[in-house]
Design a protein around this ligand. Sequence first.
Ligand code: CTP
Length: 420
Amino acid sequence: MLNDRTQMDGARVLLCVCGGIAAYKAIEVLRSLQRAGCTVRVASTEGALHFVGRATWEGLTHTPLATDLFDYAGSAIPHVENAGWADAVLVMPATANMMAKMAYGLADDLVSATLLAVPAATPVIVAPAMNVHMWQAPATQANVATLMERGVQLVMPVSGRLACDDVGEGKLAPVEVIADAVLKAVREAVAGETGSATNAGATSLAGVRVLITAGPTHEAIDPVRYIANASSGKMGFAIAEEAAHRGAEVTLVSGPTSMAAPEGVKRVDVVSAAQMHDAAVAAFADADVAICAAAVADYTPRVVADHKLKKAHERLDMIELVETADILAELSATKLAGGKRRVVVGFAAETNDLALNAQAKLERKGCDLIVANDVSRADSGFGRDTNRVSFVSIDGTEDLPTLTKREVAGRLLDRVAELL
Ligand code: CTP
């Protein structure tokens, strides 16, 4: 838990409670924010009062609770007043209905009208909880994507047994993860207003040259076939985007992906592991940091046939493979060359024994940090918008909650800035 009282004292958080069984967990988050020094106001939907009553919120906040647009509890225009008052707004448990209203800009009750009235610079954190099918419904997922695109911070639900007895995604994230997300957002918002350097946003990597590898590689077997993997490139592209946003000079060496290059990033397109190796080694000569997020093929066919192999009389089941050059290990081995101290970060996509495998990879590859992710999880890994990772270094392991890939990128770049 973040508990820096001096920074949090007086920070104003508006807690918007929606009608779901997890509403009772909003009490714990409220108490946690108050313990950290925040002043919390609550806005509740009428539905949410079925789960947690008025007396609880009024007792905990010592403030009259407004639930209706025309119930002027303490304010003539409660939605505008509350929205303007807050340093950060938390919506929990965010129902599918409330996220749909947010996505469409509907304002037909006190909470949705308040959310529409929140000034653009105020961070909004949304922690959904609902039945697995409601969560996975294309409409909900589209609304979540819309909100994220607009800068709303999603604290993603986790998998587990749900109140309806279904098992799957939709369980509210742990309360401490939600409280941490709010405190972090408040700190950044307050630091942004005062120009403090703790708002890493635009400046923390100014002038730093960052090389990033991303995406899969394709290893040709013949003119029409190749060996590949399921990497989408999303994680590497998110790091490139966040690093550029923080002022870094970014070179993104990308394998074949459908993703567009983030603005302000120098993109070098490659296809094979050998091409990625050559491009990365060349770019590393001028870099301060290398982040190897690519899923590089470990093996490539020894010879590439110059014609399409015919299965009837050519051995497609006996393709001889040779190991590719390990780009991460090679960059790590040269990171001290020329009297420079460069930071090298690798990724470890694992399906089992995550911590053990990542620790072994850190030593074997000789890098400064490994970002380990369990690609067997539903909320993590290839093609997903979220990732659940651990940072593994010689100082130990830091386990992160499920975050968007952009948030993981931010946390990673915070660590890189420390290492620099
Ligand atoms: N990597 C690389 N060049 C390669 C293979 C991997 O730079 N030829 C990098 C990846 O970009 C990633 C890290 O090494 O940062 C881990 O890759 P991974 O494939 O998980 O490691 P391996 O060495 O292949 O280990 P294993 O197959 O035993 O898991």
